[in-house]
Design a protein around this ligand. Sequence first.
Ligand SMILES: Nc1ncnc2c1ncn2[C@@H]1O[C@H](COP(=O)(O)OP(=O)(O)O)[C@@H](O)[C@H]1O
Ligand SMILES: [Mg+2]
Length: 368
Amino acid sequence: MRTILDNITGEARRGELVAILGSSGAGKSTLLNCLSGRLNTGTLTGSITFAGRRRERSTWKSVSAFVEQDDALYPNMTVRETLRTAAYLRLPSSRYTRDEKNAQAEAIIKSLRLTKAADTRIGDGLKRGVSGGERKRAAIGQELVGSPDVLFLDEPTSGLDSNSAYAVIENVRSEAVRTGRVVVLTIHQPSIEVLYLFSKVVLLSEGATVFFGPPDDALAHFEQLGLPCPPKRNPADFFLDILTIDHDLESEPARIRALHDAYRGLEKERKLESGAFSGEIEDVDVFDAREEPLGGWANSWWEETGILYRRAWTEIFRNRPLIIAEFAQTIIVMLVMGLAFLRLDNDTRGIQNRAGILFFWPINQVSL
Ligand SMILES: Nc1ncnc2c1ncn2[C@@H]1O[C@H](COP(=O)(O)OP(=O)(O)O)[C@@H](O)[C@H]1O
Ligand SMILES: [Mg+2]
């Protein structure tokens, strides 16, 4: 039995962007999975509340959305088609017409500033498409079309240059502020510009909180502990220096433990003050009444099948090499089979051969 996370507290309000920072293996993704309800092994104790209440199994899925680190997008679809398909799947037809769903996709394109890339195909390793930042924003947009109240992003900036990373986080932030959404994300090494876009940071080391609060308060906290940030140093890099444990040094576990204890002390002080961290969440009603959480799936099985069928068809049809290969293969197999069984007689052998082809043909079709 291994404890991966311990002593984690925190809260996020509407319109806030909360970042979980820590070195690799600190437990960032695990924490994000706990919060988003995607933990599938192990046990979790404690309480996680949303708008003052426990997360409800039936509605949580439609209230929250999760963007994985490795996004799976269809390479031959354009950004607009990707977002439209997501809108068709996520928005219930009982409440939205197709035009409204398209309009929702357009709104996301605009707010994530994807207009320029809207009609470009996503692309993949073989065929170039949109840029890395645009791709990430398209993946985030896919989740945003469902207007989730809470958005979780696992390492949305990994693999992006600092300008694209800034653009992605800035877009997500202004979206969150505009719609009163909560965004919780993990990030490995933000630039200083990105760091100050976060309302609060959770600094994790060895699975426990070293600090939770606004970035500047973290600097003040560490300074009090005799760890001032060197001038001209990116505070985010400074945090990582503090959080990263060097397993080869014997003094390290004690150093990290002292940091955890210091945070526990700070937490107690905060609780005594004003009750600002009492866990109560103001319920600001900024949502359209139509967007009341729904349980289960947005659309019927038939409708979903139709949407997925269309997407698969577009994807396959645009994949030229695949179509050519399939076509050529069919012609070749047809010729081989046709010639092998050409001009059969009407005797016992001919009949056996016909039975043979009737057996061989379906087997061949199934295994293609
Ligand atoms: N399902 C699991 N079983 C056992 N160990 C796990 C599991 N998931 C994560 N871990 C361990 O927990 C630690 C934190 O993992 P993770 O949350 O993925 O880190 P991060 O995202 O911060 O890099 C790692 O040491 C990892 O090996
Ligand atoms: Mg991770």
